[in-house]
Design a protein around this ligand. Structure first.
Ligand code: CDP
Ligand code: CDP
Length: 225
């Protein structure tokens, strides 16, 4: 009988987490869970409702009434808020620049972590985020921490934006990434941090295929144990 693992992939923005997580999930027929999309979704909805993004009680009240669901797909996983597709809307610059503020609110994290743990409880799951190995799945069978230089990550986002017709300079993207990295790793509740037992992979000069092959072979080893 093959064991269905819980795999945690953490790391800073544009380290390649979601791209490789989707490929690896497909290889093993596991569920892929993008926890960043959950933080983005509640941020998007709070903005839509004109709620002050520091008003924790109002946002958590909103979150309790909000259903966030995914439908699988590669390369794009579709995201829905109460049945409305928001896949592209949650990736806007406005959401990107405000999500770390909302993600720092302890009550928001408590609720989303609970939902993430529920999804992952039976294994067969690859979950990506910032605190999966440290907080959401502290007993995950495999923990990966992906990193890459800021320059490389800004360039990746730049190319992504060009494809979508979004015009933001490379300098601005670098700045955005640095600000978000700082906020994510300095917040009080479950900051971005490598778990003690996580395997770090620097993807700066690796291709998507090299990274996903590496992770897939680590999973195979764990399954055989
Ligand atoms: O795709 P990208 O790296 O830009 O970010 P994301 O994974 O979509 O996450 C967006 C933001 O959500 C992060 O910058 C964090 O502020 C927050 N987040 C978090 O706090 N904890 C997670 N497990 C996942 C995301
Ligand atoms: O999920 P996260 O924010 O960590 O990153 P991503 O959205 O998966 O990747 C950001 C961009 O980097 C995507 O456009 C990928 O195609 C690209 N990428 C890359 O060029 N080389 C890698 N080894 C991994 C990702």
């Amino acid at each position: 009988h093959k064991k269905e693992l819980q795999v945690a992939i953490d790391g800073p923005a544009s380290a390649g987490k979601s791209t490789v997580a989707k490929i690896v999930a497909k290889n093993f027929n596991y569920i892929y869970v993008d926890t960043g999309a959950m933080y983005r979704s509640i941020t998007y909805k709070a903005i839509q409702n004109n709620i002050n993004l520091n008003d924790e009680n109002k946002i958590v009240e909103l979150l309790h009434k909000t259903k966030i669901t995914f439908t699988p797909g590669n390369p794009v996983q579709h995201v829905f808020i109460d049945g409305e597709e928001v896949t592209d809307k949650i990736r806007s610059e406005k959401v990107t620049n405000n999500v770390s503020t909302v993600a720092a609110l302890p009550l928001i994290r408590r609720e989303l972590v609970k939902r993430q743990q529920e999804i992952a409880k039976d294994g067969g799951v690859i979950m990506d985020g910032r605190d999966i190995g440290t907080t959401v799945l502290p007993n995950a069978d495999l923990k990966i921490f992906l990193i890459a230089s800021v320059k490389e990550r800004a360039e990746r986002r730049y190319i992504e934006n060009q494809k979508k017709g979004i015009n933001v300079t490379l300098e601005e993207l670098k700045k955005e990434i640095e600000v978000r990295d700082y906020k994510d790793s300095h917040r009080k509740v479950s900051p971005l941090k490598k778990a003690k037992d996580a395997i770090e992979i620097d993807t700066t000069s690796l291709s998507i295929e090299q990274v996903s092959d590496k992770i897939s072979s680590l999973i195979k080893k764990r399954i055989q144990k």
